[in-house]
Design a protein around this ligand. Structure first.
Ligand code: TMP
Ligand code: ASP
Length: 241
């Protein structure tokens, strides 16, 4: 479907969001931009917009098959998608199936350690506050969510994790951890409202342990676009099965 970008809603680090003719629909345009450590590190990587957009679209599809509601509507070009406009809840949900990244540091545990339980964290999505890890009571006290919504959100987070863990396992990839955000539709329904891509997950090849995500950029490992394209190739094959 042809959709025209109207006024700018938000210029993000790696995506731009535009209004469209329809008040309920936004156009998301992915960029070839990659950033890390809250924009301290930046680069342009040719082909990243297309790889991320296609990976996100495939993953939204797998979530939809499991009945998990997302804001995604459809792809409108290789680097653009339409999404339902929702009120974004300023929380980042972080799910850790293995301990890595910041958790390896603050828990003082070897990266790659498998915990006995899945670890769920929430972060306050607020730049001035420095994106702190908070607990449920902080989130309710800030008026961001109710306890009832949190219960629903955690159930959705667990469902998303079950689905994506299996999808990536079938693609020969361990889903180490990931982050996502949720939103409220006009009629108050909670939906997943964030991209899933190697920008927002840690993905390790199940055989070799190679990193197939943004850590390659964060830690100057090289081969960023090759890793994103490998993830895309494996997910595409899975979809075609
Ligand atoms: P962390 O180990 O740095 O806390 O990150 C956990 C996961 O969440 C990792 O897959 C990267 C992702 N993430 C984001 O996508 N955006 C963020 O702002 C943060 C802090 C993490
Ligand atoms: N997503 C965060 C940022 O862009 C953290 C990171 O990915 O390193 O700053």
């Amino acid at each position: 479907m042809k959709v025209e970008a109207k006024e700018l809603i938000v210029e993000g680090k790696d995506k731009t969001v535009f209004a469209t003719d329809s008040p309920d629909v936004a156009l998301v345009r992915y960029k070839d931009q990659i950033t890390a450590f809250h924009n301290i590190k930046r680069a342009t990587i040719k082909g990243k917009a297309e790889a991320s957009c296609k990976i996100a679209s495939l993953l939204y599809g797998f979530l939809a098959e499991q009945g998990i509601p997302t804001h995604f509507i459809e792809d409108v070009s290789p680097t653009e998608q339409t999404c339902r406009r929702v009120e974004i809840i300023p929380l980042q949900f972080i799910v850790r199936n293995w301990i890595a990244g910041s958790a390896a540091k603050f828990l003082h545990v070897e990266p790659g350690t498998k915990p006995s339980n899945v670890i769920y964290e929430i972060r306050y999505n607020n730049n001035e506050a420095g994106f702190p890890i908070i607990n449920d009571h902080h989130a309710v006290a800030l008026g961001i969510v109710t306890y009832k919504e949190l219960e629903e959100l955690y159930a959705m987070v667990a469902k998303v994790n079950d689905c994506l863990l299996k999808v990536f396992a079938d693609a020969g990839i361990d889903l180490i951890d990931f982050k996502f955000e949720c939103g409220r539709t006009a009629d108050g329904k909670l939906v997943v409202a964030d991209e899933f891509s190697p920008d927002t997950c840690r993905l390790w090849d199940a055989k070799t342990g190679d990193s197939l995500d943004k850590d390659r950029f964060r830690h100057d490992m090289g081969g960023v676009i090759d890793a994103y394209q490998l993830v895309l190739e494996r997910l595409t094959k899975l979809k075609e099965k």
